[in-house]
Design a protein around this ligand. Structure first.
Ligand code: NAP
Length: 269
């Protein structure tokens, strides 16, 4: 039996176990997906233990996404993002990927969004870095907008260092940044469990595709107002789904049963 899992603290409410186990069942794979909650100071020992026990793969979430870089060989994209959320133990040392980046891109592809032009990424934390690099890798020019402008500047500088086109702005520049943009992705936590939005309603327009990384609730205020402005919307459940799909495919080498995984996720969101 192959053992996969999620390493984080806390991980009690994670939707990854039912999403991955639905895929194993659908494809008749002899595999289980379990959660592990080590104390932060035990991360290295937990990863060594997982490797020694023959664990096949682990997803990694808060608070370990950055710290895990000290224990695995990141692929180039994960190294540039500075965070890993998927570890593959089939190699020595284990390799690390960031499937949030590819997951965001695949979520947009699922909705037939043209991956071109200029994107505004609001937020420069973990999700913002992953989404910005994922979009930049598709040759999309990225405007990073963040409450703390220093963090936006640091992310934009990292993007430019990677050879990508990027600029940095404060929240007060959103209007100008969005005017000629084709894509907006909210990567802040604003809107999570509250009816708030980081993007003023009048800046939204019908030529935009608006994706929210926030998935609780699925219909955030931002997406509600974007839809009212005539924009195309993509909720955060799609990014959550496709980061899992991408991890599944990297671990098993098989195409993921996307609809089965989506169903397992949607009934719980
Ligand atoms: P994080 O690293 O803590 O970053 C939080 C970001 O939100 C920062 O850019 C922060 O700005 C900004 N922010 C927080 N409060 C704000 C406020 N009141 N006004 C304006 N900006 C504010 O968090 P994260 O890991 O990137 O996660 C962000 C969100 O994405 C969470 O809701 C998370 O659940 C979601 N997410 C979803 C997926 C998915 O698969 N759908 C994957 C990853 C994350 P400052 O830099 O100024 O503090």
């Amino acid at each position: 039996m192959d053992v996969f899992g999620l390493l984080g603290n806390p991980v009690g409410h994670s939707l990854s176990p039912p999403m991955h186990e639905a895929a194993y069942e659908e494809l008749d794979l002899d595999a289980r997906y379990v959660t592990f909650e080590p104390a932060p100071e035990n991360l290295g020992r937990a990863l060594d233990g997982a490797a020694a026990l023959g664990v096949a793969g682990l997803n990694v979430t808060i608070p370990f996404k950055q710290a895990v870089l000290d224990h695995v060989e990141p692929d180039p994209l994960a190294a540039r993002i500075g965070a890993v959320n998927t570890v593959d133990f089939s190699t020595t040392p284990p390799t690390g990927a960031n499937t949030d980046a590819v997951g965001a891109v695949r979520a947009l592809r699922h909705h037939d969004v043209a991956l071109e032009g200029t994107a505004v990424v609001v937020g420069a934390g973990g999700a913002g870095r992953a989404v910005a690099f994922g979009l930049a890798d598709e040759d999309i020019s990225v405007r990073v907008v963040n409450r703390t402008v220093d963090r936006a500047e640091s992310l934009a500088a990292d993007l430019r260092e990677g050879g990508f086109e990027a600029s940095a702005h404060g929240l007060d520049a959103l209007d100008g940044c969005l005017a000629d943009a084709s894509l907006l992705v909210n990567c802040t936590s604003v809107g999570m469990e509250t009816d708030e939005t980081p993007v003023p309603e009048p800046t939204l327009h019908s030529d935009l595709v608006v994706m929210d990384a926030v998935y609780a609730p699925l219909e955030t205020r931002l997406l509600r107002e974007a839809a009212a402005a005539g924009a195309t919307t993509v909720d955060g459940g799609w990014m959550l789904l496709y980061q899992g799909v991408e991890a599944f495919e990297r671990w098993t080498g098989e195409p993921a049963p996307v609809e089965t995984m989506a169903r397992a996720l949607r009934v719980r969101l």
